[in-house]
Design a protein around this ligand. Sequence first.
Ligand SMILES: CC1=C(CCC(=O)O)c2cc3nc(cc4[nH]c(cc5[nH]c(cc1n2)c(C)c5CCC(=O)O)c(CCC(=O)O)c4C)C(CCC(=O)O)=C3C
Ligand SMILES: [Fe+2]
Length: 400
Amino acid sequence: MSNITNGQLVPAATAAAADGPEWVSEPTAYDAILLAGFGGPEGQDDVIPFLRNVTRGRGIPEERLEEVAHHYRHFGGVSPINQHNRELKVALEEELARREIDLPVLWGNRNWDPYLSDVVRDAADQGYTKLIAIATSAYSSYSSCRQYREDFAMALDDTGLAETVQIDKVRQFFDHPGFVQPFIDGVRDALLAARAANDGLDLGSEVQVLFSTHSIPSSDAAKSGPASRGFDDDGAYAAQHRAVAEVVMAAASAALELDSSTTVPWQLVFQSRSGPPSMPWLEPDINDAIHALKGGPTRAVVIVPLGFVSDHMEVMWDLDNEALESCDEEGFWATRTPTPGIDPVYVTGLVDLVLERRDGVPAVDRPHLTDLGPWYDVCRPGCCENVRLGFKPAVSGLIP
Ligand SMILES: CC1=C(CCC(=O)O)c2cc3nc(cc4[nH]c(cc5[nH]c(cc1n2)c(C)c5CCC(=O)O)c(CCC(=O)O)c4C)C(CCC(=O)O)=C3C
Ligand SMILES: [Fe+2]
């Protein structure tokens, strides 16, 4: 049976109504999990070809590419991200075995070996034709959701397997407890450390928690999420981050038993801006936000990599190197909290996401920590469109 309609791929079982309560897809007998990563270089010779893969047709200025190449070169041309995904694959396999769930985990990347096309071909060779994808990306936007869906469609097209292999994708998991809990633990521990290291620190005024995520072009932000939800100019992308940050602050404050009159100051900031300076991207930049704290009551800064699932290059360079240095310049005590990585609560949560999808668990029974969720199994028409690059076929989305 074909799952291509109007040039757009849709899964065999799609939600009936655009935004109705019945948006959950039907139970599906998946036969394998597709762990889909970003990919990264694994040696100096890989750096330039990798950057070309990522930025093809994107209008990223040459200076920016040279700068980013330098970040990779500094670490021997090796991004830690592939190793993270190898470790995550093993952790998922162990969790599946522990729960006696018979689903193999196949790993493929968008931008580097092992490429998605090769993995999809291998899957079909082994007889796996109903894949449930976990992309290592939690929020809604072109770069963090739709681009994965387009690359799945491209892999099916490249391999000629669009008629044979179905690729569905678990919902965006920004507000799933498995993803959020490691950030809550991290903020709690960081606030304790800040208090221990700074005599008489007033958590209600002298600390600043900076929730950092990848900046994206403002035009992508505006299109993130379904138009029908009526998000403001920065779209679902910013709204989801703000909502999760609120949950993290409330839970960490509760864990520290702060009295109800103490509100720890926090803000959402953006990092790793790329693209030409003339193109608007989400702001403020984390370094500008740190410098802007100068002259105020702030003595300690807690940096939370809320937009990232592991300590990859953007975390190692842009946060651990640049942002911590900005804090140092202003004389602030500073720390960076962990990413989910292979935290058991995160790994368990990812397996739960696969099972709720396999079993068609009703929306009301799906764990979610913000009012925005639980997010959709199947993306709404036009969700996370890229107005710069134009329409491309994508799996796991409803037809416009
Ligand atoms: C939202 C978002 C995430 C988070 C969601 C997710 O995790 O998927 C993310 C993750 C990542 N981004 C990564 C690397 C890069 N991203 C680039 C470029 C871009 N990212 C963008 C957005 C995002 N990116 C955008 C809008 C661009 C401009 C080009 C375009 O319109 O597409 C460039 C080109 C150079 C530059 O411009 O910086 C590189 C090298 C790595 C791997 C790191 C490693 O190797 O450890 C990871 C995990
Ligand atoms: Fe990126």
